[in-house]
Design a binder for this molecule. Structure first.
Ligand code: PXP
Length: 245
């Protein structure tokens, strides 16, 4: 199973202070060094985390492949055609949302989405549709020629209690095997973390997981001890240096 490391929230942290660090580019390269199979990033319409320049810089530097998440707008399509990522994941986008809520409604936007898939495919970019674990949406994705779907695991991640969680897991399992039977490549993501990923990673039809927020959050605590040691050392060295004058 492949891991797509979503680096959006490295950019969130950078933008909080308007600094140049932490650098999403550095994060992408480090993720590749430590096992990411691909790098995922979402260029949102409001540029709240990843910026246009990040996408270009990262694309040039990647050793693996780029999965660019984007909304169904002409501006984003032009961007993608310029950047030439290996994969584009088409997602619904609402300005006021905190994160991507729900999947694309392929059924009601068939003509528009089919146009995007075709334009991307003409440029050798593989399109993926981010959709809920809903059989009708999966069939519609197949009908309009999508090669790949990414199942939205947010409802599973947010489910309260064992019964609801089991129901959501069952939907994802059914959706995965239905999609595979149609010949679609099946990926999944959203809201996954070390506590809830195991049952999803056990679904053999799912080829790739895209994980961001929980990974970057975990990285803070895994890295904080080292960062504190480093800072203390620099401070102590500073004191030592004045002691000798
Ligand atoms: N997949 C898609 C299509 C997404 O939009 C996102 C969030 O940007 C993710 C995966 C990753 O979700 P999370 O940050 O919750 O791991």
């Amino acid at each position: 199973m492949l891991l797509g490391v979503n680096i959006d929230h490295i950019a969130t942290l950078r933008n909080a202070r308007g600094t140049t660090y932490p650098s999403p580019l550095e994060g992408a390269l480090m993720a590749e060094t430590y096992g990411a199979d691909l790098i995922t990033l979402h260029l949102r319409e409001d540029r709240r985390h990843i910026k246009d320049a990040d996408v270009f810089l990262i694309k040039q530097a990647l050793q693996t492949r780029m999965n660019l998440e984007m909304a169904l707008t002409n501006e984003m399509l032009e961007n993608a055609l310029q950047v030439q990522p290996e994969d584009v994941c088409l997602v619904p986008e609402k300005r006021e949302e905190v994160t991507t809520e729900g999947g694309l409604d392929v059924l009601s936007k068939q003509t528009q989405i089919a146009h995007f898939i075709q334009e991307l495919s003409n440029a050798n970019i593989r399109a993926s549709l981010f959709i809920d674990a809903d059989l009708a949406q999966i069939q519609a994705a197949k009908d309009i020629g999508a090669p790949v779907i990414e199942l939205h695991t947010g409802a599973y991640a947010d489910a309260q209690g064992c019964i609801e969680k089991e129901q959501e897991l069952h939907r994802i399992k059914q959706a995965s095997s239905f999609a595979q039977s149609l010949g679609l490549v099946v990926n999944a993501g959203h809201g996954l973390n070390i506590h809830n990923v195991t049952p999803i990673a056990q679904i053999k039809e799912i080829k790739e997981l895209n994980i961001g927020h929980a990974l970057i959050s975990q990285a803070i605590f895994l890295g904080l001890p080292e960062a504190i040691k480093q800072m203390k050392k620099v401070m102590q060295m500073a004191r030592l240096s004045i002691g000798h004058q």
